[in-house]
Design a protein around this ligand. Sequence first.
Ligand code: PMP
Ligand code: GLN
Length: 382
Amino acid sequence: LLGDDGVSRPTIFAEMSALATSRGAINLGQGFPDEDGPAEVLDAARRAISDGLNQYPPGRGMPVLRDAIAEHQARFYGLAYDPDTEVLVTAGATEAIAASILALTEAGDEVVTFEPFYDEYGAIAALAGATHVTVPLRAPAFQPDLDELRAAVSDRTRIILINSPHNPTGTVLGREALELIVELAHAHDALIVTDEVYEHLTFGVPHIPIASLPGARERTVSISSGGKTFNTTGWKIGWLTAPAEIVDAIVAVKQFLTYVNGAPFQPAIAAGLRLPDAYFRQIAGVLQGKRDLLAAGLTRAGFRVSSPQGGYFVIADAAPLGYPDAAELCRRLPDLAGVVGVPVSAFVRTERAREYASLIRFAYCKKLELLEGASAGLVRLG
Ligand code: PMP
Ligand code: GLN
């Protein structure tokens, strides 16, 4: 958890947001939307506070939200979960991920993830004393090589932790890769933990929850969050669904991490999960337009740009512009272009950093005028 010099640092997201604020630059670093979500959700939270829902809620989450989570899994994916025993509300997906890894691994177990990976995975594996094993996603397509995936999983593997749509690459896993993951989990008696926080944000490809594949549900923990779907990243309402005995094990950890969380926000996220299908279609369509706008701006500026199939982020290669070191460029970007991005090297281990050295992650979950302003600034790099 400490840097090579033994010093603890803020995460790359906190560092880059602070840089954007101090320089007055456009923040395409940290992935959070800059517009409020649906009025139904915001109003429900206000009402809950006025109605006095301001004390500790039940440890597994308020029944109204657990019911809505189970209904959502059934409505979108045909997955049946018992809201009383197979659903747990958490402090964001962050806590669901942490509690799952801490509950389900012992020191020395292996946790397999893709690389690049969301920074929390490596940090919590380290806290658990687990060994982090990775499967690379390589530019430009960032799809896993199935032989490398096969080779990474062994009898030492306790958890295969996947993330689709993927942060930072925008990769959406297809059926073939997902089926292989289920097969490997069975062959090596591993559990699957799937981080699906961007589940409703895919562009022209379906999100396939791995729990919906034959033989997967019994060994899968599915994690999501209200943050990305309802533009409420600051509320920190997340959840997981899994078989009852796995949920029991995770509750044993969760109760000592945060005990409970966010009472008035829980009925509000429940209202969000019950919005009509049209809402979920519309947010993906709007985001796709933003992706296209920023990708076009980055291309005009001279970057080689990835084609994310989902999520909040596009990856831009600065090498064609003559910048081989994206970490260095990101520190100068506020002055050169008035923009902040995150070097992809922040999502990989030191030994792989060189392979990703010229790549920058930009968030497009921002207002159109901001994306236009960023594009205009980035053109100055050429
Ligand atoms: N997983 C991924 C892949 C993320 O990008 C994020 C953050 N945006 C999280 C988990 C954390 O989600 P939450 O804010 O709900 O804790
Ligand atoms: N998930 C967001 C991102 O990747 C931010 C989360 C955080 O700041 N920890 O930018």
